[in-house]
Write a protein that binds this ligand. Structure first.
Ligand SMILES: Nc1ncnc2c1ncn2[C@@H]1O[C@H](COP(=O)(O)OP(=O)(O)O)[C@@H](O)[C@H]1O
Ligand SMILES: [Mg+2]
Length: 253
C-alpha cells in the first residue's frame, strides 16, 4: 500500500489515520513507538467483532508501510457522532440516544474468544500508582462483581461511532474490547465524557443509559473507582491525576 497523496482524516499522539481513495480504505498508521503485539491484538479484536452481527467496517489488511504497522479497514463515508454533536448541539439527547442504542447492541453481542474484562482490570489495578490499602479495596470490589460475558467496547465515545450517509451507525476502534459487565463499560463511557471536560453530557449520558437499560445507577457508579484506576495506568499524566482522584470515591453507597 502506498499512502502518498492520501488524505489525513485523523491525527493522534502516535497514530495517523489516512483515507486511501484508491482502495477506499481508512488506514491507521502507528508510530514505531507502538508495541507490535498491541497493534496485532487490535486487528484480531476487530476481526473477532466482525464475526458478530455488529456494524463494523470490514478489516482489509494489516501490513507495514515504510516500516510502520498499519491497519486498513473499509472507509465509511459519513460523520462521527462527535462531529454531529459539535455541529448540532441542540440535539445532544438525540445523539446520546444513538450512542446508547449502539452500546446496547454491543452489550447484547457475545464473543467468547475475547479477553475477560475482569482479568484485564485485575492486571491494570496491579500496576496502578495507588497505595496498598486502596489497591486491596479496589481488588476486593472487582472480585465481588458478578461474572458477565457481554461484549464491552471499552472506549465507546462519540469519536468511535460513524453515522454513514444513509444514517446507519458503524463502530470503530476495537483496541480495548473485552467480554464482561455492561455497567463497567458504561462507567468507562461516563469517565470518557468527564475526561473530555464535559460533566453535563457525562451526567446526561449516565441518566439516559440507566433509564434506557433499566439499570440502577449504583451498579454503574460502583464501577467508577475500579474503571478509573484501571484506566489510569496508561493515561496521559494530567488524565492520570484526574482518574486517581476517583480511586476512593465510594461515598454514594
Ligand atoms: N473505517 C473508517 N471509516 C471512516 N473514518 C474512519 C475509519 N476508521 C477511522 N476513521 C476516522 O479516524 C478517527 C480515528 O480512528 P480510530 O480507529 O478511532 O483511532 P484512535 O485509536 O486513534 O482513536 C475516527 O474517529 C474516524 O474519524
Ligand atoms: Mg478512536
Amino acid at each position: 500500500m502506498n499512502l502518498e497523496g492520501a488524505r489525513v482524516i485523523a491525527v493522534r499522539d502516535a497514530k495517523t489515520v489516512y483515507l486511501d481513495g484508491e482502495t477506499n480504505s481508512a488506514v491507521k498508521v502507528f508510530e514505531r513507538s507502538y508495541a507490535k503485539a498491541g497493534i496485532l491484538n487490535e486487528a484480531l479484536n476487530h476481526a473477532i467483532i466482525e464475526e458478530t452481527a455488529l456494524p463494523v467496517p470490514a478489516l482489509k489488511s494489516v501490513e507495514t508501510i515504510d516500516g510502520k504497522w498499519a491497519i486498513a479497514t473499509e472507509y465509511i463515508p459519513g460523520k462521527t457522532l462527535a462531529q454531529l454533536m459539535a455541529e448540532d448541539a441542540d440535539n445532544l439527547e438525540l445523539y446520546l440516544d444513538m450512542l446508547i442504542e449502539v452500546q446496547m447492541d454491543i452489550h447484547d453481542a457475545r464473543a467468547p474468544r475475547l479477553s475477560r474484562l475482569k482479568d484485564k482490570m485485575y492486571q491494570k489495578i496491579q500496576q496502578a500508582d495507588i497505595d496498598a490499602a486502596t489497591r486491596y479495596e479496589i481488588h476486593h470490589r472487582l472480585a465481588s462483581t458478578p461474572a458477565h460475558n457481554k461484549v464491552c467496547h471499552g472506549d465507546l465515545n462519540p469519536t468511535n461511532i460513524i453515522i454513514d450517509d444513509a444514517g446507519r451507525p458503524f463502530v470503530l476502534d476495537w483496541a480495548h474490547v473485552t467480554q464482561g459487565n455492561a455497567s463497567a463499560d458504561a462507567a468507562r463511557t461516563y469517565l470518557l465524557f468527564r475526561l473530555a471536560g464535559d460533566e453535563e453530557t457525562a451526567d446526561k449520558y449516565m441518566d439516559m443509559f440507566c433509564e434506557k437499560t433499566s439499570t440502577n445507577k449504583r451498579y454503574v457508579q460502583q464501577w467508577l473507582p475500579i474503571v478509573a484506576v484501571s484506566q489510569s495506568v496508561k493515561g496521559k499524566p494530567q488524565e492520570r491525576e484526574f482518574l486517581l482522584s476517583w480511586a476512593s470515591v465510594f461515598e454514594y453507597e
